[in-house]
Structures are given as structure tokens and as C-alpha cells.
Design a protein around this ligand. Sequence first.
Ligand SMILES: O=C(O)CCC(=O)C(=O)O
Length: 298
Amino acid sequence: MNDTAQPRLAAWDGAATRRRLEADGFCHVPGVLDPAALRATKAAAENALGTVGADHRAQWRSQGSLIPVADHPAFASLIAHPGFQEMFGRLGLPGTRFSSGYVISKPPGGPALFWHQDWWGWQHPISREERIVQLALFLYMTDTTRENGCLRLIPGSHRRPHPLHDLVDAHDPTLAEVRNPDDAAFASHLDQVDVPVTAGDVVVVDARVIHGAHPNRSGRERTNITLWWHPDYDGLPTSLRARIWKLYRREEIDTDAAPGRTLRPDIWPEPARSQVTPFLVTDPGPVAPEPWNRTPRY
Ligand SMILES: O=C(O)CCC(=O)C(=O)O
């Protein structure tokens, strides 16, 4: 067996983990990024963070930062990391394609990330099916705990209504700026589970699940990179592919963290462009995009 054919991931049960993803709306996969990939990704994230100023941090105070990966070709080897493809294979998620991503980095003392879900296609009946149209890989660059702002989420909320769905639209700028720190969107909830990780692990999250993060009470930055992917992209209804294609092209996004910027992976300089090309979503042609609808309907 040559090096590229070696399994990269430690042993874990793909079928059981897939069942957890479907039942809970998330799963935790250990050790996907090897130490070298983790070091390279950390360096790319630090460079990206160096490009934003205090105004960006204030606008995205709850997230900590919201830097589009599309602006940073240094993330090409992360998107193309073979561990992701092996993980998708073991989870039984073939044809999973990448659309977008963000560096979300909570500085020391950063507040909680508000409760939210990230699905935008609630008008489409597929939203009420088991099938996952969009999932995030959350990649933490440090070990996380409740102390430094680990992820928290409401298991099962991707398929069932939950009182946190009734909070103010989570993509409202008042929450991002934390204008009211006493808003329930920042508070702990009885139904939450914490998801602490070791750096290099991946948390796979269905875009429909309600999630947020604890405040960072440590003295060190807590950096996450969120990468958005779409299982069986080629088999999705065309209106969804058309909307995902717009997301990829940075068009009509309600949380545009870098308005006016148009860089994206298919126009990255070489060799970054060729590295990511096999993993990118593709243009479905002249099709009306799915209406943008963030209001859950079960
Ligand atoms: O930064 C985190 O821990 C979570 C990020 C997140 O919620 C998101 O990207 O939707």
C-alpha cells in the first residue's frame, strides 16, 4: 500500500457515527488533522486574523471574527486535506463538495456566540427530511473547554422545533455586536450539550441544528475554522444547487463579512486553485435559486 492509500484516521465506527449525526444533528470525529496540517492551518488563520482590525472585531464581537476563507488561498491545502474525504467516505457521504468557510476566532475575554442555526432553505420540503444538504466542519486550532469557549448545541434541534428558534433572527447585527449581553441568545440553556475537543478533531454539524459557543474566559485566543460542505451535491434539487452556487460566488449573503470582495477558490492563484478544484461546488446553469428563508418550519 503506498502512502496515499494509507488510512489517515484513527479507528472509529463510521456507521454508528453517521447514526449520531442523523439523530443529534452533529458528530465528533477525533484526530482528522495531523500535526503538520494543524500547524499549517494555524499559521494561515493567524495571517488571516492579521488582516482585520478593531472595526472588524467590533462588528463581529459575538463570533470574535468572521473572515471569509475565500480571501485566503493559504487555506487550499486545508480544503483539500485527504482526511476530510476519508471521513466523508466513512460517514457514507459521497460527493460532498465545498462552498465556503470562515475564520471565527474568539479573543481572550470574548463573549458567548449567540444561539443560531445556519440553514437558509427552510421553504424547501427537503428541510424536513433526514437528508443533510449542508454541513459544517468546525476545526478548532486549540483544545477547547467550557472555560475558553467550546461549542455548545441543542441535540435534535435540526429535526424538531425548540424554544430557541423563537429568539430574534440570529443573523441580526444587534446580536453580532452584542448590543444587549443579557439577551437570552447568549445565555446557557438547560438542553445544551458542550462539545469540547482536542485540536485537530472535527465537529460535523448539520446546518439546521441550533448551536453557539461559550464565552472565552481564558487568556488565549480560541480560533475555529468553519468549512461548509454539501453531501451528494450533484444529486441535490437544482434550486438548492443554484443557491449554493451563489453562496460560493459570494452573492446575496445576509452576513457578508467582506462586502464587495469577489475572490473565490476557482480564481485563486496556482497551485492553490488546482489543489481545491476537485472539491468545489459547480455551476448548475441558468436555474432560479431557492428563495432565501432562515425561518425554521418543521
Ligand atoms: O466558533 C464556533 O465555535 C462556532 C462557529 C459557528 O457557530 C458557525 O460557524 O456557525
